[in-house]
Write a protein that binds this ligand. Structure first.
Ligand code: FES
Ligand code: FES
Length: 169
C-alpha cells in the first residue's frame, strides 16, 4: 500500500522550504532526501550515534528520532547554516586547524552539539564539553582533538564578542 504524502513546511537555516513527506518520514530523511541538505548524516538511524544532530529552536535534537511533520513551525539549524557566508564558523575553523575531523562522518553532529553548548555556555570546562558531546560518537579521533578544537573555538568566539563590544564603545 502506498503511503499518502502530505506537504511539510520547514524553516531551515532561516529559509522556509516545502517538501512532501509521509507521516513517518524523519526530519533526517526530509533534510537529506527532500531538501538535499546532506550535511546532516544518517548513521545508526535509531538514536545511538548523534551523527544526525541538528538544532531545533537552538537545542540539539536527533533528526533520526524527530518526525519531519512535528518540526514544522520551529527553527531548524543544520551544519549548512553554521558558516556566515564564506566565513567558516570558529568551530569549523578550529576543527580544521586541530585535525578534529578524520573520516568526518560524526563531524556535523558534533559541530551542532558544540554550537549549542557554546551558545548556552561561552566558556565551558573540558568536563562540560565532554558532557555536551555525550550523545555524539566518533570512531576515528579518540576525541582529544575534538575537545581541543572546541576549547579553541570558545576562545575565538570570546575574542569576537570582545571585538564587537569594543567597536560599539
Ligand atoms: S543517525 Fe540519529 S542518532 Fe544515529
Ligand atoms: S571523524 Fe570519523 S567518526 Fe568521527
Amino acid at each position: 500500500m502506498q503511503v499518502k504524502k502530505t506537504g511539510c513546511r520547514l524553516e531551515v537555516n532561516g529559509e522556509v522550504a516545502e517538501c512532501l513527506v509521509s507521516p513517518m518520514t524523519t526530519l533526517c530523511e526530509a533534510l537529506r532526501y527532500e531538501l538535499r541538505l546532506t550535511g546532516t548524516k544518517q548513521g545508526c538511524d535509531k538514536g545511538d550515534c548523534g551523527a544526525c544532530t541538528v538544532l531545533i529552536d537552538g537545542a540539539p535534537h536527533l533528526a533520526c528520532l524527530t518526525l519531519a511533520l512535528t518540526a514544522q513551525g520551529r527553527s531548524i539549524q543544520t551544519v549548512e547554516g553554521l558558516a556566515r557566508g564564506a566565513e567558516a564558523h570558529p568551530l569549523q575553523d578550529a576543527f580544521d586547524r586541530f585535525g578534529a575531523a578524520q573520516c568526518g562522518f560524526c563531524t556535523p553532529g558534533i559541530l551542532m552539539s558544540a554550537a549549542a553548548l557554546l551558545e548556552a555556555n561561552p566558556a565551558p570546562t573540558r568536563a562540560e564539553i565532554q558532557e555536551a558531546l555525550g550523545g555524539n560518537l566518533c570512531r576515528c579521533t579518540g576525541y582529544t582533538k575534538i575537545l581541543d578544537a572546541i576549547e579553541d573555538a570558545a576562545r575565538a568566539l570570546d575574542r569576537r564578542r570582545e571585538a564587537a563590544a569594543a567597536a560599539l564603545s
